[in-house]
Design a protein. Sequence first.
Length: 253
Amino acid sequence: MREFLIAGNWKMNGSSAASDTLVSGIVDGIPEGGGFRLLVCPPFPYLASVAIQVSSSAISLGAQNVSEHKAGAFTGETAASMLKELGCGYVIVGHSERRAIFGETSEQVAAKYIAAQAAGIVPILCVGETLEEREASATEDIIDGQLDAVLDAAGVDSFASAVIAYEPVWAIGTGMTATPEQAQDVHRHIRVRLAEQNAELADTVQILYGGSMKGENAPGLLSMPDIDGGLIGGASLKADDFLAIAAAAAAAH
Ligand code: 13P
């Protein structure tokens, strides 16, 4: 059985003090039981201090973005090797906010995915459709395009050390959530797409749901056969809210 991954994407929120409080609240409240891993992805300036806070816990550390370049004259960018040095085991690539606001292309996302893996970091590859795309029945085409860019560049076997997050853009930060069935349909589609190239591997890949996941809707979403956790924005900013989702994962396992 696949382990659940409950990942907090703090986005550009918080302060040094808020980050300390949040992480100590999570460390102190990890639910009993197994079958799940917790991950926090703070903003870059807090990675070093959070790394120390989580070092003696089972909580993993991740970053929210990475450069596709190894090193050099790229002002403002952060190399995967630097994240690795800080203790990051994961990095989010291709979040819809990066695609939509910062113009990241699927090819660039694939290059970031490859750079992360080259440094020994597990990329969390985000895919998802906008409301217009869903209403035009283009959801699967959009997901396929985003997935295929990485499959073409890195190969299916690379998914042995990657995580996928399905984040319907219309459900991010809006309070609207995909129903468990809507999410399951897309997660299944993603797994089948991978299985066309490597069935055994497809069965092991964690596919997270992201889009207004909270303590209340987590049990329904996590009960679906192809939903292996969550990538959580708003509800990852308060320890109790985040831990409620962790508790749902512990109960669902
Ligand atoms: P919300 O949980 O705030 O909808 O954000 C989801 C998300 O974008 C996580 O990466």
